[in-house]
Design a protein around this ligand. Structure first.
Ligand SMILES: Cc1ncc(C[n+]2csc(CCOP(=O)(O)OP(=O)(O)O)c2C)c(N)n1
Ligand SMILES: CC(=O)[C@@H](O)[C@H](O)COP(=O)(O)O
Ligand SMILES: [Mg+2]
Length: 591
């Protein structure tokens, strides 16, 4: 059957359609996305929920002249399809393909690069003020933000500023009452009341000087189009509240919104997830954290769990189920999560604050000023450290070691496997006199037999995993596995020593003295930025102690790493076992 979508590549094609044709186009767009995401994977529910809204926006506004900013950008698949990327959409999130998020260098329609949430209002306001200064009075600036993202401090900072400007800004709240997990907090309750029609009198957004309209049905194309047409004619800050259903149009995605946020592979016809095979796999690191924390919380009533909006992704959900009074999802509020943990620590509680490495970047000052400066024993569990794969540059957790290493009082540990992760979680709750950051990766390790009796880890002590006379290879964290594989590629590995330093800070100086005295050459390996990370710590030690060892630092180079499988990305940057082995060979030969 002839498809309307076949003729639509850009918004100019879309604007030639009659309004009556748009409903059919919405259906085709949903089918197109489902078809591709079912096999190529990616974020599903959010894009399915904004099909009509995206059509209406590009139909009514003169994009790319009018500037449209998506918050987070995981919901921008329809936008990508309508703005010249239909033919390459099958490469979404893959190595060399298009990004899973809006990205300025990819298209003029992508006005602002995203991936982290709650930036859209500030960015669109910045554009609106710039247009005003340039005298571009007819230009429209639109931020589309979700109900979970708007609850973040940064979004409120943007609203607070916008409300005292006459900027030509339209904020569209895409309210589906869910983030990745169900939305939380008083604002969520407020929005629920607005939807019930009970709080029209005390509208928060009107109080902030926005011209508020809605709530309207975000799947009703005629209603959306006529409201956007009306708003287009109004000047100053405007706020449109739109109600949508995450996963709209795929039964399973509507019914199981958490799983279908990013479901992995599924059957495009039935919507069913591909059944898991019978092979028993080692657990994900997040589950080692989640289950171990429950185990520890059973024994230690002072343990608290905190997550900013990632209970499923971090597996804090297990503790939230068992100990609802002691485990908190605070919404997308990384800064608050850190300082909340600090406050609890002042009162003798033991907060485990679990934040993806990349999202901790939001709370850097809180880590320094509220935690480390006061030496409060908060336990930071930094999931998704290192390369994360298909989410790409916005999400790789590769800056944590460099950012955290310069903070006084902070202990930094990276487990090489699941058992070490369990043991450091156990050690941390025994009572440290300082904060600790524990970083571990996305995905699974290798240990089926991970649930072993706890054993404390002495702070600041590394381990020799393999003796050897010539080259000392020092690794940190789970990249250890690649080093072991690399060493195994040699017929003769006698000259190679391998150390798991475990702590970036305090680094094991006794062990480092021994290493420097006994080996001419040192290679450090980390899945974090080379600039200022673990290798730098070792190099600084060597230089401060006036040792003459040659130090080679392997890690993430000084550039943003795009999306791809972790294995492929490691190959590209030289951190896979073969590349590490080649590097060792090269260094050996040059010695
Ligand atoms: C700063 C930051 N913290 C956490 C995340 C992880 N994250 C991605 S999408 C999302 C939920 C967004 O929910 P909402 O804004 O309601 O959009 P929806 O998915 O419902 O369209 C979260 C928590 C992020 N991208 N950025
Ligand atoms: C868009 C976003 O930020 C999240 O959905 C992120 O992609 C989740 O990553 P994980 O799949 O590693 O939990
Ligand atoms: Mg939402």
């Amino acid at each position: 059957m002839k498809k309307i979508l076949d003729h639509i590549n850009y918004p100019k094609d879309l604007r030639l359609l009659k309004e009556e044709q748009l409903t059919k186009l919405a259906k085709e767009l949903r089918a197109f996305i489902i078809d591709i995401v079912a096999t190529k994977e990616g974020h599903l529910g959010a894009s399915l929920g904004v099909v009509e809204l995206t059509i209406a926006l590009h139909y009514v506004f003169n994009t790319p002249e009018d500037l449209l900013v998506w918050d987070v950008g995981h919901q921008a698949y329809v936008h990508k399809l309508l703005t010249g990327r239909k033919a390459v959409f099958h490469t979404n999130r893959q190595l060399g393909g298009i990004s899973g998020f809006p990205k300025r260098e990819e298209s003029v329609y992508d006005t602002f690069g995203v991936g982290h949430s709650s930036t859209s209002i500030s960015a669109a306001l910045g554009m609106a003020i710039a247009s005003h200064l340039k005298g571009e009075t007819n230009k429209q600036h639109i931020a589309v933000i979700g109900d979970a993202s708007i609850a973040s401090g940064m979004a409120f900072e943007g609203l607070n500023h916008a409300g005292v400007t006459n900027a030509n800004l339209l904020v569209i709240l895409n309210d589906n009452a869910i983030g990745i997990d169900p939305s939380v907090g008083a604002l969520k309750q407020y929005l629920t009341n607005v939807k019930k029609g009970t709080q029209k009198q005390d509208n928060i957004f009107e109080a902030l000087n926005f011209n508020y309209s809605g709530p309207i049905d975000g799947h009703d194309l005629p209603a959306l189009i006529s409201e956007l047409e009306r708003l287009k004619k109004l000047s100053g800050p405007k706020f449109l509240h739109v109600i949508t259903t995450k996963g709209k149009g795929l039964k399973q995605a509507e019914e199981n919104q958490v799983t279908y946020h990013a479901p992995g592979k599924f059957n495009a016809l039935t919507g069913e997830l591909h059944p898991k095979g019978n092979t028993v796999e080692p657990p994900k690191y997040q589950d080692v954290f989640g289950h171990t924390l429950v185990e520890l919380a059973k024994q230690n009533k002072n343990i608290i769990g905190i997550t900013p909006a990632m209970p499923t992704g971090s597996s804090l959900k297990y503790m939230m189920r068992e100990f609802p009074d002691r485990a908190f999802d605070v919404g997308i509020a990384e800064q608050h999560a850190v300082t909340l943990a600090a406050g609890m620590a002042t009162q003798g509680y033991i907060p485990f604050c679990n934040i993806y490495s990349t999202f901790l970047q939001r709370a850097y000052d809180q880590v320094i000023h509220d935690v480390a400066l006061q030496k409060l024993p908060v336990i930071f569990c930094l999931d998704r450290a290192g390369l994360v794969g298909e989410d790409g540059a916005t999400h790789h957790g590769v800056f944590d070691l460099s950012c955290l290493r310069c903070i006084p009082n902070l202990i930094i540990f990276a487990p090489r496997n699941e058992i070490e992760l369990r043991n450091i979680l156990y050690t941390a709750q025994l009572g440290l006199d300082a904060p600790i950051a524990i970083r571990y990766p996305r995905g699974r390790g290798n240990n089926l037999n991970w649930k072993q009796a706890f054993s404390p880890i002495p702070i600041g002590i590394g381990q020799c995993l393999k003796e050897g006379k010539d080259i000392a290879i020092l690794s940190i964290g789970t990249i250890c596995d690649n080093v072991i594989e690399a060493i195994n590629l040699f017929d003769d590995d006698e000259g190679m020593a391998h150390y798991d330093m475990r702590f970036v800070k305090p680094i094991d100086k006794t062990l480092l003295h021994e290493i420097c005295k006994n080996h001419k050459t040192i290679i450090t390996i980390e899945d974090g930025s080379i600039k200022g990370g673990f290798g730098s710590e070792v190099l600084e030690f060597v230089s401060e102690q006036a040792y003459q060892n040659k130090v080679h630092i392997l890690g993430i180079p000084d550039k943003f790493i795009e999306q791809g499988t972790v294995n492929n990305l490691q190959k590209i940057i030289g951190l896979d076992p073969e590349s590490i082995a080649n590097k060792i060979k090269e260094i050996n030969e040059s010695n």
